[in-house]
Design a protein around this ligand. Structure first.
Ligand code: ADP
Ligand code: MG
Length: 756
């Protein structure tokens, strides 16, 4: 070996080993020494078979024989390093031949350490396997398509999700799929963009439709060259179901919130609106976004603000505090609605972080409450009028009796006094004063509905017309009296003097309300109200009515006056100018006739009184008796006079006897019955008080009639004839005289009764 060769051999990393034909090692280079850790003298001279593992003997001996025939071999085996470490080596063994004889002279072997390479190879294989498994067993579908869109590989999940077969998928060109959106996305990926697609995928081969999400991403090698794209497919059936369910739930909530009667609200601790359900627009006109973010107090009625805020502060005190408050809430059109707010403190609930509650529209209920209050007030007023009336009536009744006595005796005294007698003037004064008192008492009785009346069928237009002259005189020349009779008026059943009383009182009041010149209008007309109208108009009564209205353009009235108008003795006039009995009288008369009054007035705007009188319905009505104006008539008949008030009894007896009648008088019904039974001659007429302690006049009359079937009866009373006929309205066939009566009244009534 020349030096050149020797240098190469020394410098070689690989090991070099020479054996002779007996496989004895005859040379090793430093590379071989380094490979196995033995010094050259420890190896040279040893048999090759001693160095290699015994399992390789056969293979090595076979190779040796082939080399003797001139063939080379390459094989791998494991050699043991001196320190026990195993070295994987690749051996290239070639035959050597003697240069001179040409005989086979041994083997030259190149030994390369491939331990590291083997390790690397194994690692690489493992890696590849790992990636393959990753690809194969990914819980999602993975597919690879090349630059023209053809699927080159895919995993089993992909096949499963798509619901097709591997054979059908591999080689499929995705750009030919009918789904434009997907194709577009794939093209984007091929152009270098990562994409995302979610849709219902319709399998190409199976009848299966699966909602899938597809991600695609371009694939680049380490030099940046594109080699197609990777796609990931995810079955989103469950996600989609969950999302659909959620969407459905949300839709349900939205519909609930929109269609529930109330408005659902969330208000934070500072009173700022955080949420209003959409139906706030339906109830209040606000769109939720117009109020959310603003202070809730802005829309609360100023009068309700303090209690509402107090309520809110109370709720804020403690988590879960709950409560209800009523207040008026402003609508977009600036009107207010009554709401009931029920709220719960959910500040500690992370989803709410405020007071959660609802607005309930209670406007209708509130209005009903107001109506109820109004009705209650009306009822209270009516009850008050009733008790005042009873009181006034009671006083007036006794008063009336006394005035009867005063008037009667004065009249008798005047009859007995010559015109030039010095007491005559005094007696006249007494009579005048008593008469005035009797007038007042009469008004009180009218208010208390205790006025005695003789109602008859009459036409209101005719009645008013007959009074116009008198009314014009009453109101004076500065005031224009306009009379507008309504057409087609139905008759009413009423005492005409009561219409007179009504008109006089109303016209006098109207006159007093007008300073200087002015106008008073009297109108009539038919009017009907049905139950519906009356429900909406408290105080009105259903039925057919005749309207009698008196209006003026005078000073009008304020609320306080209107509230007290009909009370007896209520007046705004100076002492001596008003008695306060005018409207009380009108009120009593209208009530007695089952009608009602309606007043409309405002300060300085004039006043209108509307009186509704029920129209007459019955047909069997006897015309009222006419009183001819005769000088005091006399008689000779026998009269049984019954009266529990001694003064009146005495006075009446005197009056009767003066006119020629025979009088049998009794202070009680019992006494009267006794007298009637024992009286020798016939009795022509029973004149009796109606209200008496033991027995009322009606019963007495019945009994006496039993004894004297032909007897006539004349009732007298300060009251209406409540006991005889119903509701204070006297039966037209019964004769009646109201206390106090004058001699003229009495004698005329007596003759009328006896001769009738
Ligand atoms: P009087 O006329 O004696 O005061 P009334 O009972 O007739 O008593 O009337 C009561 C009050 O009602 C009157 O004092 C007046 O204040 C008021 N009033 C009645 N009618 C009218 C009217 N037409 N215009 C203004 N005020 C009126
Ligand atoms: Mg008056």
């Amino acid at each position: 070996m020349n030096h050149f060769n020797e240098d190469i051999i020394k410098a070689m990393n690989d090991g070099l080993v020479l054996t002779d034909t007996h496989q004895t090692v005859i040379f090793v280079n430093p590379g071989f020494v380094a490979l196995l850790g033995y010094a050259p003298e420890e190896i040279i001279g040893r048999k090759w078979l001693d160095i290699i593992p015994s399992e390789n003997y056969d293979m090595v001996l076979e190779a040796e024989r082939r080399r003797a025939r001139g063939l080379s071999d390459r094989y791998e085996m494991v050699l043991q390093h001196k320190n026990g470490e195993e070295k994987e080596v690749l051996i290239d063994a070639s035959p050597r031949f003697d240069k001179t004889t040409g005989e086979f002279s041994g083997t030259i072997g190149f030994v390369t350490d491939i331990t590291q390479r083997k390790k690397d190879q194994l690692a690489l294989q493992k890696n590849l396997l790992r990636y393959r498994l990753l690809f194969e067993q990914s819980p999602i579908g993975v597919f690879h398509f090349d630059n023209d869109g053809t699927i080159v590989d895919c995993n089993d999940n992909f096949v499963t999700i798509i619901g097709s077969s591997r054979e059908a998928l591999i080689g499929l060109n995705m750009l030919d799929l009918p789904d434009n959106k997907l194709v577009k996305q794939l093209q984007n990926a091929l152009n270098g963009y990562t994409g995302f697609y979610e849709g219902v995928y319709h399998s190409v081969t199976a009848e299966k439709s699966t909602p899938v999400k597809v991600y695609v991403s371009p694939l680049l090698d380490k030099d940046g060259r594109s080699f197609g794209c990777v796609g990931i497919v995810e079955d989103v059936t469950e996600q989609k179901q969950a999302r659909d369910a959620l969407r459905q739930k949300q839709a349900l909530h939205r519909k609930l919130l929109a269609n529930i009667g109330d408005v659902i609200v969330i208000i934070d601790r500072d009173g700022i609106n955080r949420y209003k359900s959409p139906n706030i627009e339906k109830w209040f006109g606000w769109k939720p976004e117009e109020v959310v973010g603003t202070s809730t107090w802005e829309n609360v009625h100023p009068d309700d603000l303090a209690p509402a805020q107090r309520f809110f502060a109370e709720i804020l005190q403690k988590p879960r505090n709950m409560g209800t408050v009523e207040c008026r809430y402003r609508c977009k059109d600036e009107t207010y609605k009554w709401i009931e707010f029920t709220g719960t403190n959910l500040l500690d609930d992370p989803d709410i972080q405020g007071v959660l509650g609802n607005y309930k529209d209670i406007t209708e209920r509130k209005n009903a409450e107001k109506d109820r209050e109004k009705l209650q007030a009306q009822l209270t007023q009516a009850q008050k009028m009733e008790s005042v009336g009873r009181l006034a009536g009671g006083v007036a009744h006794d008063f009336n009796n006394m005035l009867g006595v005063i008037l009667g005796y004065t009249e008798l005294a005047l009859l007995r006094t010559d015109d030039n007698h010095k007491l005559k003037a005094d007696l006249k004064e007494i009579q005048k004063a008593a008469q005035r008192s009797a007038d007042i008492t009469k008004q009180l009785l009218a208010f208390a509905r205790k006025q005695t009346i003789s109602p008859r069928k009459l036409d209101v237009n005719d009645t008013v017309e007959s009074m116009l002259k008198m009314l014009r005189r009453l109101i004076g020349e500065d005031i224009d009296l306009v009379w507008q009779p309504g057409a087609h008026l139905r008759p009413v059943k009423m005492d005409p003097t009561q219409i007179n009383q009504i008109l006089v009182n109303l016209c006098v009041n109207a006159r007093d309300a007008i300073a200087g010149v002015g106008k008073i209008a009297i109108e009539t007309g038919p009017h009907s109200f049905d139950a519906d109208y009356c429900n909406d108009h408290p105080g009105f009564i259903p039925g057919d009515f005749v309207l009698l209205s008196v209006s003026d353009n005078g000073c009008g009235m304020d609320m306080e006056t209107l509230d007290n108008l009909f009370e007896p003795f209520f007046t705004t006039k100076e002492i001596g100018e008003g008695t306060g009995l005018g409207l009380a009288t009108v009120y009593g008369i209208v009530k007695q006739n089952n009608g009602f009054i309606n007043v409309y007035s405002e300060p300085d705007q004039g006043t209108i009184f509307r009186i509704y009188l029920p129209r007459y319905v019955s047909t069997d009505e006897a015309p009222a008796a006419v009183h001819p104006d005769k000088p005091l008539p006399s008689g000779h008949e026998t009269i049984l006079l019954v009266e529990d008030e001694p003064a009146i009894l005495r006075m009446t007896r005197m009056m009767l006897e003066r006119k020629g009648y025979s009088v049998v008088s009794a202070a009680t019904p019992t006494e009267a019955m006794a007298l009637a039974q024992t009286h020798a001659e016939t009795i022509d007429l029973l004149m009796t008080d109606v209200v008496m302690p033991e027995m009322d006049g009606g019963d007495l009359a019945e009994r006496v009639t039993g004894l004297y079937p032909e007897i006539k009866v004349l009732f007298m009373s300060g009251y209406t004839a409540d006991m005889i006929a119903h509701r204070g309205v006297l039966d037209g066939r019964v004769a009646f005289i109201q206390k106090p009566f004058s001699m003229k009244d009495l004698t005329e009534k007596l003759r009328e009764t006896l001769d009738g």
